[in-house]
Design a protein around this ligand. Structure first.
Ligand code: FAD
Length: 369
């Protein structure tokens, strides 16, 4: 009987493990960290309401706050986007990952903590054709390099810190700061945790030849940020990275890549959980089909690209568009969008994850009126 070895107990590996174990498939997850929640705060925890409702996880205990909009800063001016009702949630990433691990274990998956698989060990597991190997090991995937998958061209380098003692202006809004000078090809942000606690972060392209910490220090000089953290205490800081595009291949022989390892990330915001989870669902179907009836694992690649490839490409196009604009150009574009009534459009048809669904809803409902 075939068994599945998943490398990486991030949220995507854990969701896949749960799905497979529920089907009675022998599933083991190897994780280098000693605790599931360790270092998970390197990423933010923003999830669209719709996307989260599609994940099969009881996430309520991890809720930090709800979001109903954003304030966007560009070219020295600001612009508020407000939605009717909550459109997104901020979750505690550590607690969310622990909840995913609990559900995976309850389904029967084995999770081995404190075990970092080396390239040699991965190749040894892969050699046994009774094993299906899944690389769910993040943006710098050892499985991908060991098995010879094509690389990912551009990454966003990030630095994120948490501050206490802040006068948080709005518990339900994120702030986005666009400046190609400081945050080349990405942006800076703040995310509220409570009335007195928030995260401040920044991302820059690895092509910009600047470290994320250098960009972060420049960002702290922004008068708005300076004002926010005056008298506040930095309690934590993390550097990380986000892959900006999907790999050209995500299945080879008995090896599949999912989540950040595959580059299944929204290039506009760096959000990777909702698409990664959806693709993990497709991977689970392919693995189950392979084990039960010998169906080819390559159906994973075909199916996820067919279902989500268009949306991921649309995010990539939007990212290329905003990252090529100067600060003034960006501000003019969002002001024009406001004048054209795009705020109401997003409130009504908006889907933070799937721009193609948003357009379909717009045309279908618009025409059926
Ligand atoms: C600053 C920042 C902010 C973000 N904000 C959001 C957000 O608001 N919303 C959102 O949806 N996404 C966000 N993301 C993206 C999101 O965090 C990732 O898409 C998501 O974590 C990917 O999950 P994963 O399971 O694929 O990989 P990871 O979470 O990276 O997990 C991979 C796991 O594999 C383990 N591992 C690696 N190599 C090995 C090995 N050789 N052996 C054993 N274990 C190994 C690692 O320890 C890790 O636990 C953000 C990312 C960053 C950096």
């Amino acid at each position: 009987m075939k068994r599945v070895v998943i490398v990486g107990a991030g949220v995507i590996g854990l969701l896949l493990a749960k799905r497979l174990a529920r089907e009675g498939i022998d599933t083991t997850v190897y994780e280098s960290k000693r605790k599931i929640s360790d270092n998970t705060a390197k990423a933010s925890g923003i999830f669209s309401r719709e996307g989260l409702s599609r994940l099969d996880v009881d996430w309520k205990d991890a809720l930090v706050t709800t979001l109903n909009g954003a304030t966007i800063f560009a070219g020295g001016e600001s612009f508020k986007v407000e939605t009717k009702g909550d459109k997104a949630y901020v979750l505690d990433r550590g607690m969310f990952a622990e909840l995913c691990a609990k559900e995976a274990r309850e389904a029967g998956a084995k999770i081995v903590l404190g075990k970092r698989l080396s390239k040699e060990q991965i190749l040894e597991i892969k050699k046994d054709t009774n094993n299906i190997v899944v690389g769910a090991d993040g943006a710098v995937s050892m499985v991908a390099s060991a098995a010879g998958f094509p690389g990912i061209g551009e990454h966003i380098l990030t630095y994120k810190a948490e501050y206490e003692g802040v006068d948080v202006p709005d518990l339900h809004k994120v702030e986005l700061f666009f400046s190609n000078k400081i945050a080349k090809r990405f942006f800076g942000w703040t995310v509220p945790y409570s009335r007195t606690k928030m995260e401040i972060g920044i991302g820059i392209s690895n092509l910009s030849k600047k470290t994320s910490t250098a960009a972060f220090n420049e960002f702290l000089e922004n008068p708005i940020i300076k004002n926010r953290i005056s008298g506040a205490k930095k309690t934590a800081g993390y550097a990380s990275m986000i892959p900006l595009s999907a790999r050209k291949k995500t299945v080879m022989d008995n090896v599949l890549l999912v989540g950040d390892a595959a580059g299944q990330v929204k290039a506009t915001t760096g959000g990777g959980i909702i698409f990664g989870a959806a693709c993990a669902g497709v991977a689970a179907d392919a693995i189950i089909g392979n084990i039960r009836i010998g169906a080819p694992l390559s159906s994973y690649e075909k199916t996820w690209r067919k279902r989500f490839g268009l949306d991921l490409r649309m995010h990539k196009m939007l990212h290329s568009y905003y990252s090529s604009m100067g600060d003034r150009g960006f501000l003019i574009a969002i002001k024009a969008a406001k004048l054209a009534g795009f705020e109401q459009f997003f409130s009504k048809y908006g889907d933070m994850d799937r721009p193609s669904l948003m357009l379909k809803r717009f045309f279908f409902r618009g025409m059926s009126k």
